[in-house]
Design a protein around this ligand. Structure first.
Ligand code: HEC
Length: 138
């Protein structure tokens, strides 16, 4: 075997090794995302989709009220925030079912609400609600 004939093989081997490495890393990161800390997906979604308008720090008002410990609270009752009449008058409790409806289409769930949000992906809604349930009470 001459030197020249060995080189093409080395390149093939190198490319093959690189490909396997990429596949392993891809599997690895995927597995990490799936088995990561419970609630991590919800926390990230919350930060991306709700965090501009909502904080989970008690009493911290942004464009919307603080959502600290909001699960199972009555709608429209957080201190320091001026709600729409619609939400202020709503007797609804923020249990998992109502939160799921709210995040599916907030303006259909409470007509006249100031929040206009729609999330069609049930898994994402579930992750966000699980995250809300993990936040400390006000
Ligand atoms: C563009 C701003 C904005 C975004 C984004 C937003 N909200 Fe809101 N949210 C509001 C406002 C404003 C209100 C008050 C609505 C009213 O008074 O009618 C509100 C109210 C709420 C309430 C009711 C609180 C209470 O005390 O009754 C919940 C629960 C809620 N939002 C959850 C969420 C979640 C979860 C997300 C992300 C998936 C989200 N919101 C995204 C602005 C927003």
């Amino acid at each position: 075997m001459t030197l020249a004939s060995i080189y093409p093989y080395r390149w093939k081997l190198l490319r093959f090794t690189a490909m396997i490495a990429v596949l392993i890393i891809a599997r690895w990161t995927q597995a990490g995302a799936q088995t990561g800390t419970p609630g991590a997906a919800g926390a990230k979604l919350f930060a991306q989709q709700c965090g501009t308008c909502h904080s989970v720090k008690p009493g911290e008002v942004r464009a919307g009220p603080s959502l600290a410990g909001i699960v199972n609270k009555t709608a429209g009752k957080q201190a320091g925030f001026t709600y729409s009449d619609a939400l202020k008058r709503s007797p609804m409790k923020w249990n998992a079912v109502n939160l799921d409806r709210w995040l599916t289409d907030s303006n259909v769930t409470v007509k006249g609400s100031y929040m206009n949000y729609r999330q069609a992906d049930a898994a994402k809604r579930k992750a966000i609600i699980a995250y809300l349930a993990s936040t400390p009470a006000q």
